[in-house]
Ligand binder design. Structure first.
Ligand code: MLT
Length: 280
């Protein structure tokens, strides 16, 4: 059962949903979604204190919009202060949330016990990708959030016939559409700008020594497995899991596999040179 708090963070207030007790596990959502994308992870509250914010501009945290991925990372550190979380946390982020998680690890290393980077990448946008974001921001301004849902949902979910025929597919599509339609246009446009301007994290991530789990859907069309394979070669204590029949939304598309992998990681985190590290 999630409890909602409104935590004061850097001149605004963030909505944050918490459940469970024990080791803090922060769940950072992707674009253009909110904390509800983690509903399938609620069983993890039996093993950890789940902390799932709506990032600045999203969900119920719409008093201000995001200006940069770095700002969103600083918000996470301030949120941990506001929640009186003093022990280092496991920071798990999907796609945009994964970009934010990397910045938390680099900007606030004392807050991070371990990282879980899901359907995300280390590299910055190409010029072409940035131009695509500008175009999408203009279209959302003219036509509303529906155009974004139409453009993104087929790319968010696994595309093979077998994956499309999975029984929970229609419910997953409906949940994503509902979330996308509820995000304010100004927040979507601001986040597209922040995502396009985010720096390349490849060099910085070479020095992040915490145990790191990398997860990607085998059918991820936005950050395909090669992105996470490159990350595995760079992040010193990383272990990679490629999940079949999942696209860019692995925790929603394959919650049982994802949750089991996360639990296994929490119990047996990879150490430097592939050895076991102390539990996070
Ligand atoms: C996300 O899922 O958060 C987005 O696809 C991130 C991005 O557009 O780079």
């Amino acid at each position: 059962m999630m409890t909602v708090h409104h935590a004061p963070v850097a001149g605004t207030s963030l909505a944050v949903h918490t459940a469970g007790a024990g080791r803090p596990l922060v769940l950072l959502h992707g674009f253009p979604l909110d904390h509800r994308m983690w509903e399938g992870q609620s069983p993890l509250a039996d093993h950890a204190r789940l902390i799932a914010p709506d990032l600045r501009g999203f969900g119920a945290s719409t008093a201000t919009v995001a200006t940069s991925v770095e700002q969103l990372a600083d918000d996470v550190a301030a949120l941990l202060d506001a929640l009186h979380v003093t022990t280092p946390a496991v920071i798990c982020g999907l796609s945009m949330g994964g970009y934010v998680a990397q910045h938390v690890a680099v900007r606030h290393p004392d807050r991070v016990a371990a990282l879980v980077l899901v359907d995300t990448k280390l590299e910055a946008d190409t010029a072409e990708a940035r131009a695509g974001r500008d175009d999408l921001a203009a279209k959302v301004g003219r036509l509303g959030q529906g155009i974004l849902a139409d453009a993104m949902i087929p790319r968010l979910l696994a595309g093979s016939t077998e994956s499309r025929e999975q029984p929970h597919r229609a419910a997953t599509e409906a949940a994503l559409r509902g979330m996308i339609l509820e995000q304010p246009v100004a927040s979507i446009q601001a986040a597209l700008g922040a995502l396009g301007a985010r720096p390349d994290m490849t060099e910085a991530m070479r020095d992040v020594l915490v145990p790191t789990l990398l997860v990607v859907g085998a059918e991820d069309a936005i950050t395909p497995p090669e992105c996470l394979e490159r990350a595995e070669a760079i992040v010193p204590c990383a272990r990679l899991l490629i999940v079949p029949h999942a696209g860019h939304m692995t925790p929603l598309e394959a919650p049982a596999v994802f949750n089991a992998a996360l639990l296994e990681f929490l119990q047996h985190p990879p150490g430097i040179l592939g050895g076991a590290a102390s539990p996070a």
